[in-house]
Design a protein around this ligand. Sequence first.
Ligand code: T5A
Length: 213
Amino acid sequence: MTRLPSHPRFVSLEGGEGAGKTTVLDALRDALRRSGDEVVCTREPGGTPLAEMIRDLLLDPDHEPPAAEAELLLMFAARAQHVRETIRPALERGAWVLCDRFTDSSYAYQGAGRGLDAGFIAALERHAVGLQPGLTLLLDIDVDRGRARVRGRDPQPDRIERERDDFFERVRAGYRARAAAEPDRFRVIDAGQAADAVAAEAVRQLQAWRVQA
Ligand code: T5A
C-alpha cells in the first residue's frame, strides 16, 4: 500500500500513559521559537472546539463505555476536524505543528490495545485524515513507571487511564512495532530517564530533523 503524504513541519509525540509528552512538547516548542519559527502546539483527541467536545465524551468515566468501534470512530471524527481546521491551515502558512498524539495512538490503543483490525484503521486514516507527521517521537517507558507518574498527578483517572496493565502492555508493544516498521519517521526515546534528559534528547532529535527537513 502506498504511504500517505507527510509534512516535514508536522511533528507528533507518542507514548503510553505518563510517558512525559506534555513536558517534552514544551521544550520542543521553546527550541523552535528560539530559532524564530512559528509553532502551533495541539493535542489529540482535541485541538478544535468540536474535537475538544468529542475528547470530553471519550475520556469522561461517567459516560456509558463506548464500543471499541465507536471509540475508534470518535477518535477519527475528532481527528478529521482537527486536520481540516487546525493542522493543515498552520502547515500551509509555514508554521511548525507539534501534536501531542496523532493517528499512531489509534493504531496503538484501538488497534493493539482493543484488538481492532489495522486495515480498518488504515482505511479511516486514508479517507478521513490523508496526512502523516514527517517526524514522530515515541517516548517509550515501562507501563508500571508511566502509570505511577500519572497516579501521582491525577487522583481521578480518566476512562482510558482506568484500563488494566495488560491493555497498556499491548499498547506499548503496538507502538514499538510501528516504530520498528517505520524507522525513517520514528525516533524512539527512553522516557524512563530524568525529565531534563528526555527533553534534551527530544530537542536534539528535532534539531537534527529540522536541518535535513
Ligand atoms: N487515545 C488518544 C486513544 O485511545 N486513541 C487515540 O487515537 C488518541 C489520539 C488521551 C487519551 O486518549 C487515548 C490515549 C490517552 O489515554 P490524555 O489525558 O491526553 O488522554 O493522556 P495522555 O496523552 O496519556 O497524557 P498524560 O498527561 O497522561 O501523559 P503525558 O503527557 O505523556 O505525561 P506528562 O508530561 O503530563 O507527565 C505525566 C506526569 O509525569 C511527570 C510530569 O511532571 C507529570 O506529573 N513526568 C516525569 N516524572 C519523572 N521523570 C520524567 N521524565 C517525567 N516526565 C513527566
